[in-house]
Design a protein around this ligand. Structure first.
Ligand SMILES: [Fe+2]
Length: 285
């Protein structure tokens, strides 16, 4: 059992590849992508991530959370991350448009550094959109069937090294993305029973997308090297990622750098403080 593995040619995304992405996301809640970013670009991104990791500033300034021997940290759009070949690859934008509609934006840019010895992460979904009500202190679930809703948030995951069973691929219970919005979401054992678990392994240069609603979890890093993973989350413009509730901002770009982003791509950064018109003398950077 696997997810669709889609080889991307350079240049515009062929309609057939786009269809496979949309169908794969609808069926499995995840797709694997080969040939998305060129290795020289990925190596520059990796060098920047390692520099910030080894200096300690990534953890000190960007840490969002610790997760059993791995930590997630927000990365600034600076240096190699300001390359529009990274943040506005036309094929990625075409995929996000097809999945999220015309008004999507970048919700966050994070890296997850899984250190040697990192353990198994619990099964979870990243963004459970719930419509529960509280009545007399009791939670009442929304009874309607929301399982057919289209995606509202999609993570683009780009490992910055080869990923195999040894160093801890993200494991995805494929096809489980329609379950999180049911009136009573299934428990861990039921998800494990009903949906095949697929480790998203692949060589350096491969990437994958997953729907925020799909059940997943990190697997142990048995190797002797850290395993850095980039995660750029795209959302519909109205959605706010609950994983970022305790931190601010989740999109970091300086005003002078945002001014140099081509106008057509500036809406991608709408959640960055530098993109917002300050009121009442608020400081934005
Ligand atoms: Fe997650």
């Amino acid at each position: 059992m696997s997810v669709s593995r889609i080889a991307l040619p350079r240049g515009p995304l062929p309609p057939r590849a786009l269809r496979r992405v949309v169908q794969g996301m609808a069926r499995d809640g995840a797709v694997a992508l080969d040939g998305l970013f060129p290795l020289p670009l990925l190596k520059r991104l990796r060098a920047e991530v390692y520099r910030r990791h080894h200096s300690g500033e990534l953890r000190a300034q960007g840490r969002v959370r610790d997760i059993g021997g791995r930590y997630a940290a927000v990365l600034p759009f600076r240096g190699p991350f300001l390359n529009k070949a990274f943040y506005a690859d036309p094929r990625v934008l075409a995929m996000m448009g097809a999945l999220l509609g015309p008004d999507f934006c970048i919700s966050s840019l994070e890296t997850v550094i899984s250190e040697p010895g990192a353990g198994r992460q619990h099964q979870h979904v990243d963004g459970p959109m719930r419509f529960d009500r509280l009545v007399g202190g009791k939670k009442v679930p929304y009874r309607g069937d929301l399982s057919d809703l289209p995606p509202f948030a999609v993570s683009l995951c780009v490992p910055l090294c080869d990923v195999d069973e040894e160093n801890g691929p993200t494991a995805i219970w494929t096809g489980s993305h329609r379950e999180a919005l049911r009136p009573r979401p299934p428990g861990e054992a039921e998800v494990g029973r009903r949906f095949p678990l697929v480790p998203m392994a692949g060589p350096f240069g491969s990437a994958f997308l997953f729907d925020f609603r799909v059940f997943h979890g990190g697997t142990p890093n048995y190797s002797r090297e850290p395993r850095p993973l980039l995660i750029m989350v795209f959302t519909r413009s109205w959605y706010r990622d609950p994983n970022q509730n305790e931190v601010f901002p989740s999109v970091v770009i300086a005003g002078k750098d945002l001014a140099r982003v081509p106008a057509e791509h500036r809406p991608l950064f709408m959640l960055a403080p530098a993109a917002r018109r300050p009121l009442w003398g608020a400081r934005t950077s």
